[in-house]
Design a protein around this ligand. Structure first.
Ligand code: IDP
Ligand code: MG
Length: 149
């Protein structure tokens, strides 16, 4: 089954949006298979955002991500990688559609609340970077027949 890596950034945690974000993925029909509240080291933040290391906003982004606790999660379900990106909304919250997390709660790109993997391969790498295998729980929700034909 497909999995994606989702992280509620420090602004999302400070703004008490953890429950709201988890709720949106749960009610959509995805399955939570890993979750932890953690302070992010500079090393982990830099690895996670390595693709952006030459960008002008990189230093600020690393400072922000390491500034307070984040909630790291792994969610599972058919098509979860692309669907999660839709639930999250566009990178710039002012361009994100109402009804998306960033569209409903954010006003600026440097405080856009949440991260979601952008492709299946990226998701695999990010899950490996953030979670040990034993931190992920393989389980079959009882409502599976009510979500999948
Ligand atoms: P994504 O999070 O929607 O995948 P990316 O382009 O991969 O967006 O950028 C990663 C993160 O870097 C963004 O979520 C945002 O926090 C930050 N970021 C991107 N562009 C800017 C910018 O122009 N200024 C400040 N921060 C930015
Ligand atoms: Mg990205």
């Amino acid at each position: 089954m497909e999995r994606t890596f989702i992280m509620i950034k420090p602004d999302g945690v400070q703004r008490k949006l953890v429950g709201e974000v988890v709720r949106r993925f749960e009610v959509k029909g995805f399955t939570l298979v890993g979750l932890k509240l953690m302070k992010v080291s500079k090393e982990l933040a830099e690895k996670h955002y390595d693709v952006h290391k030459e960008r002008p906003f990189f230093a600020g982004l690393i400072e922000f991500i390491t500034s307070g606790p984040v909630v790291a999660m792994v969610w599972e379900g058919d098509g979860v990688v692309a669907s999660a990106r839709k639930i999250i909304g566009a990178t710039n919250p002012l361009s994100a559609e109402p009804g998306t997390i960033r569209g409903d709660y954010g006003v600026t790109v440097g405080r856009n609340l949440i991260h979601g993997s952008d492709a299946i391969e990226t998701a695999k790498n990010e899950i490996n970077l953030w979670f040990q295998e034993e931190e992920l729980v393989n389980w079959q929700p009882t409502l599976t027949p009510w979500l999948y034909e």
